[in-house]
Structures are given as structure tokens and as C-alpha cells.
Write a protein that binds this ligand. Sequence first.
Ligand code: ATP
Length: 351
Amino acid sequence: MAAKRVVIIPGDDAAPEAMAAAMEVLGAMKLDIEYEEFPPGEHWKRGETELRARAAIDASDSTLFGATSGKTNAIMHLRWGRQTYANVRPARYMSGAQSPLRSPDGIDYVIVRENLEDLYLGLEGPLSELRPLKPQSRILRAPLDTSAEGRYAIKVITERNTRRVAAFACELALRRKRAGGRGKVTCTAKYNMLRESDGFFREIVEETVRGYPELEYEQFIVDDFARRVVQSPHELDVVVAPNLYGDILSDAAAGTIGGLGVAPSGCYGEDYAYFESVHGTAPDIQGLGVINPTATLLSAAMMLEYLRFADESARLEGAVRKVYAQGKKLTPDQGGNAGTDELARAVIANL
Ligand code: ATP
């Protein structure tokens, strides 16, 4: 029996092309891992494949996931079912990647996004539903006009999820500090406007970081933080944010280090973690054989580290970096003219 079991869910549209390339590389690494591979989303049978995927996930050590546009349904189970509360999105520049910044070398920070709540609970509806609650606006100092035609959305920040995502960010900052990092946690949210919800998030994060005397703490209102992602990304180390801001800002962060094609992520819970690229399913380039597999490969490297294959994780990341430094086999999003497979084969050659 292999040391670890990993579920592979390729996802929808162009995502399976990136996953196939990543599997070619993982296969070449000959790791002590047993892979259970699911088909691309278009071949999923409603209900049946999803049930099978859930059972496989529960019996596995981790999952490598492509992106979904709705045909692949396992994401709910991976996120809410397995309570993977911390979405870790590194923004680390690789020499040779297409950054729009003048000096991207040395950008190396991580956005830790709360992954389960905030505005992502689907608590929306017509304003009339709020009528019985007679909501009072703190800003307008008046009741909300619930007779207007309109919609509402509810934002939820719980103490439990905030504490655990904050503690996760602190532990990560500590590990990075031991490896030569700054040892700093930055909290960002709109706590000046959303005093109750984002204010609560900010307060808990600050309190948590204060429990780690080795770490520095700083906070920025999210609009100011957005500017810093572009103007002074070198000053960041570990950033912690509520779900929506973390989602948006990590795409912006990806833009500064070479775009969605090179941005990996991992979603960690107490007893499970799964890994996926930051990008979506890139339907506009499906079938062209040019989707950049780097984000999936770097997500796989994060997975190997989680599975305690630390040396193999470094080996994979090192091989990817070499391909960028060489600059000969890059996909069109990186200014090259190589196909998905060619980039994967160049990584294999550098392993
Ligand atoms: P989602 O809502 O799931 O994030 P989306 O369609 O808004 O999906 P993406 O699928 O991430 O966003 O695609 C945004 C743009 O980036 C598209 O033009 C897509 O082709 C491009 N893109 C995304 N990922 C890659 C990649 N790995 N390689 C090359 N281009 C990519």
C-alpha cells in the first residue's frame, strides 16, 4: 500500500488540460502516493459521481482539484464538508514570469483568506424579507426602507472561524520567520465602515497575534491594502482577510507576480486539506492546449509539503522555477509560445 492516498478531480472546461499536465509531472516523480483520478466534469453523472467523489475524499489524505464552472460538484464537500477554513494563496514571484511591475523580484508573501463564511453563505433575498426585522442603519440613523424594490445579502463573521484562521496565519508567519521571513501578520478589512462585522474580525486577529510575541502586527483598511499590493508588495509577509476581500485581493496579487496562470492555493482544515489553482476554468482557451499548468503544479507542490514530502515539494517547485528562469518553454500568458504539455515536459526535464 502507498504511503498516501490522493484524489484527483480535474474539473471543468480547460482545467483538465492543466491537470493532465500536472499528473504527467507527478507521475514522473514516482512518489509513494496512490492517486484516485476522477473524470473531467462533463463526464460526471449527476449525484452518482459526486457521491463516489465524497467517499473517495473522506478516505484520502488530500485532494488536488482543478477549477469548476458547475459541472464538477465536489467543491462543497471539500470546503464546507471538510471545514477547510484557511485558504492559503502565496504571492511569490518567479524570475522570468510576466509581471507588470518594474521590480517584482523578491515579492514573497501569503494571503490567508477565511474560506467558509463572510458574504459567501448565500444569505440573499428580496428586501421585503427583512420587513419583520425593522433593521436600523447605523450610518443613516434611520430604519431601512424595506418597501423599496431591491435585494440584500448577509455577511457573517463568527468568532470561531476568525480565531482559527488568525491562529493559522500566526503559525504560518512563525514557520516563515524560522526560515528567514519577516515574522509579520497584516490584517486587512473594511473595519472603519463595517465596525461590527469587520471590526470584530480585526479585533480577534489583533488579539490572536498579540499572543505571539515573536510576531509583528499591522493592519490596513482594505482599500489602502489594495494599493499596497501594487506599490509595496515587498513589505508584506502573511496577510489575513475575510473571505470576499481575500478572494479579490489574491487575484490582484496574482496579477503582480505573473497572472492567474502561476498562482497556486491550498485550503486547510483541522484534519484535511485540498489544493487548487487560484484561476477558474478558463473556458475561452479550452481545447487549445495552451492553458498554463504552473498554478496546478505549484498547488501540487504545496500538497506535497502538506503530505510531508518536503524534499519532493522543493524539488518540484525548483524545477518549475528553472523553466521560468530559462524562459524557453513558457505558455502564451507568459509571453511564450509553448503548449501546456511542452511546459510540463520542460519541468520534468528539470526535476
Ligand atoms: P472563475 O469565476 O471561476 O474565477 P473566470 O472565467 O472568471 O472563472 P478564469 O477562468 O480564471 O476566470 O479566467 C480568467 C482569464 O484568465 C481568462 O481569459 C483565462 O483564459 C485566463 N486564464 C486563467 N487561468 C489561466 C491559465 N492557467 N493559463 C492561461 N490563462 C489562464
